[in-house]
Design a protein around this ligand. Structure first.
Ligand code: NI
Length: 139
């Protein structure tokens, strides 16, 4: 008799081809047998790194690291506007011009977890923001 199949949910997602190609090359080198297992690990890590988001009222200190394409239409002014709206929790910002188009911004934040979470979400969902990583220092 076969063991009962563990419950899984199938999802569909779209990827830029070059991103998927790079992802596949890396997971193949790492020895993953299936793309599903690798994606599950990626999501699991994503979830574990963001558990702090659920602790809404705890004061936190950290850095939002963001890479974006400054040629993306309207992005730069949107990002500035968002940062002005959250100026209460932003203690400083460091801007580095990486290449012709890409900029790196390190935004130091101090405030309630829910406020940092809100700012981080507002930035990361913008078109043209390529990488956003929020690191919270827990002492
Ligand atoms: Ni720049």
């Amino acid at each position: 008799m076969r063991p009962p199949m563990s419950k899984v949910t199938r999802i569909g997602a779209t990827f830029p081809p070059e991103l998927l190609k790079e992802f596949d090359e890396i997971i193949e080198k790492m020895g993953y047998q299936t793309r599903s297992k690798a994606l599950q690990d990626v999501v699991r890590l994503y979830v574990s790194e963001r558990k702090w988001i659920k602790e809404e009222d705890t004061p936190q200190t950290g850095v939002i690291l963001m890479v974006y394409d400054h040629d993306a239409k309207g992005l730069e002014s949107d990002l500035t506007e968002t940062q002005h709206e959250h100026s209460k929790i932003i203690t400083s910002t460091l801007h580095i011009h990486i290449s012709e188009r890409d900029c790196l911004e390190a935004i130091a934040v101090k405030g309630k977890s829910s406020e940092i979470h809100h700012l981080s979400d507002e930035l990361t969902t913008r078109r043209g923001v390529k990488i956003l990583k929020t690191t919270i220092v827990t002492i």
